[in-house]
Design a protein around this ligand. Structure first.
Ligand code: TUI
Length: 315
């Protein structure tokens, strides 16, 4: 068994977090991952706090294991969601798309473990100083809102820079990725794209089919001009976004409006043409839909075999 500082700190059988994907990561997926020995995470998305409270309570009915909540800091409702996470005393809060500093004291006060996603060494150092108990170092192979650095370069630098445990994210979808992440100095992994194709994931089948049929070069990044780049599968929507973004006559407001509701259309309405099918580069490594339990077990069995053999490698 691969036991690490991350599995011990969060009380997990396997040191794996499920990414807090907006419009995807609900109580059903989170409880399935937590019941399988990982840390399931509910996304607060950009909705009001009532939705989050309801999902937290639903999740508690479906699992006795620890789970977490992801607060997307760009949400206009981040403040009220941060408060609900504290009031409900969720075991773990992860944050994304911003700096969580102003919320950390209230979470620590409530006994919540804080684990921000960090795209750089400087931000990792900053949140460690502010009270985070671990960080998720996410490379730009990931889906959704991303930073600039790759997992391969970010993880070892963050591991050298902070004393708290590091969880690697971005591009990890199998046991080779888990083993590599541990070799880079991480003590755990976070996977988003792999869980898009979990049986318990409630997105439409057509979204899962897009993931399992994706090739290596099927994702693209748009939104750099807005300061929040987003990786998703190539489709008409993403091509049109790229065209508008390159056109100097497209205003910032128009571009932002074009982004609004696009992920919801793909993930909840099954709109594969004018929706934004957010997924990471690891989509090409996801071949089949499986129960969360089988995804996690096979990843860690493979990683264990690889790490056992690592000492005998010769070039
Ligand atoms: O947050 C994510 N991934 C997301 S959020 C999301 S919802 C969305 N929808 C449409 C447009 C934009 C977002 C979809 N995917 N991942 C975690 C993550 N956090 N990646 C990068 C960061 C990050 C970036 C900058 C964390 C901190 C940070 O601080 C610097 C700053 O300037 O805020």
């Amino acid at each position: 068994m691969i036991q690490t500082r991350v599995s011990r700190l969060f009380g997990l059988k396997y040191p794996i977090f499920q990414g807090g994907m907006a419009w995807v990561a609900d109580a059903q997926l989170a409880s399935a991952v937590s019941n399988s020995g990982g840390l399931g995470i509910i996304s607060a998305m950009n909705l009001e706090a009532g939705y989050l409270r309801e999902q937290i309570r639903l999740c508690r009915e479906m699992t006795e294991h620890p789970f977490g909540v992801n607060i997307m800091l760009m949400s206009p409702h981040a403040g009220e969601c941060a408060q609900v996470a504290g009031e409900e005393k969720v075991p773990v809060v992860t944050t994304g798309a911003g700096l969580p500093g102003k919320y950390i004291p209230q979470w620590l006060e409530a006994g919540v473990k804080v684990v921000p996603v960090v795209p750089s060494v400087a931000i990792a150092r900053r949140v460690a100083r502010e009270g985070a108990c671990a960080v998720i170092a996410e490379g730009c192979e990931a889906g959704g809102h991303i930073g600039e650095l790759t997992t391969m370069t970010l993880v070892p630098q963050v591991a050298d820079a902070v004393d708290i445990p590091v969880i690697a994210a971005g591009g990890i979808a199998d046991g080779r990725g888990v083993a590599a992440a541990l070799m880079l100095g991480a003590q755990g992994v976070q996977c988003g794209t792999r869980f898009l194709a979990a049986e318990e994931c409630t997105i439409p089948q057509c979204f899962k089919d897009k993931v399992t049929s994706a090739r290596d070069i099927d994702t693209m990044v748009t939104g750099r001009r807005l300061g929040h780049p987003v990786r998703a599968l190539k489709n008409s929507y993403m091509m049109e976004f790229a065209r508008k973004e390159a056109d100097v006559n497209t205003s910032r407001e128009e571009l932002e409006a074009f982004g609004t509701g696009a992920l919801w259309r793909a993930a909840r309405q099954g709109d594969m043409t004018t929706g934004c099918i957010m997924a990471g580069q690891a989509a090409a490594m996801v071949k089949e839909t499986l129960p969360a339990r089988d995804i996690i077990r096979s990843m860690f069995e493979e990683a264990e075999r690889l790490l056992e053999g690592a000492g005998q490698w010769r070039v």
